[in-house]
Design a protein around this ligand. Sequence first.
Ligand code: CO
Length: 212
Amino acid sequence: MSTDLYKQIFENNRKWVESKLSQDEAFFERLAKEQTPEFLYIGCSDSRVPANVIMGVEPGDVFVHRNVANLVVNTDINAQSVIQYAVEHLHVKHVVVCGHYGCGGIMAAMQPADLGLMNGWLREVRDVYRQHHEALDVLNDEARYRRLVELNVQEQCINIIKTACVQRHWLKHSYPTVHGWVYDLRNGLLKDLELNFAGIMKRIQEIYRLEA
Ligand code: CO
């Protein structure tokens, strides 16, 4: 980042504050009191996929967690804490995993090479590949890459459904619903993978039921 851009950010911020206050003078006062987001968004850290911007929503509307390749790992205390807080305390209605075509993390995982520190993290994506390799191996390179982005989103949604707090909350309140989305860098459009949440939850509970 250039020094100019660094300085510009604080100028941008002041202008943004002015513009928000001119539309709604209680904007910050209200948000400072509490947050009641309806969405938990779990997405990739990629700078080109900013959650609030692509969803067209305001501060306070979406609780966000981002990491490389939008993964939900059972032993990741960071992601698991975010999910638990969002579900049990914020009572979000929807949990979204949003992947994106052109994801560098997915591309890296598709190369059979030593990635150093990233080996452990991206092994999650390689495990998704291994689970679906028969369907993936028949595709050409571009189609395989895009399909792995989608299947990775689907598997991370399943990882969310496996968690005790989501199962407990779902059985008691019939929400949150888990959704898989893919963002396309080339045209800016979001696609809903329209996963069968209730069907997946039923199958998951046959094996992973953590709540009576
Ligand atoms: Co990415």
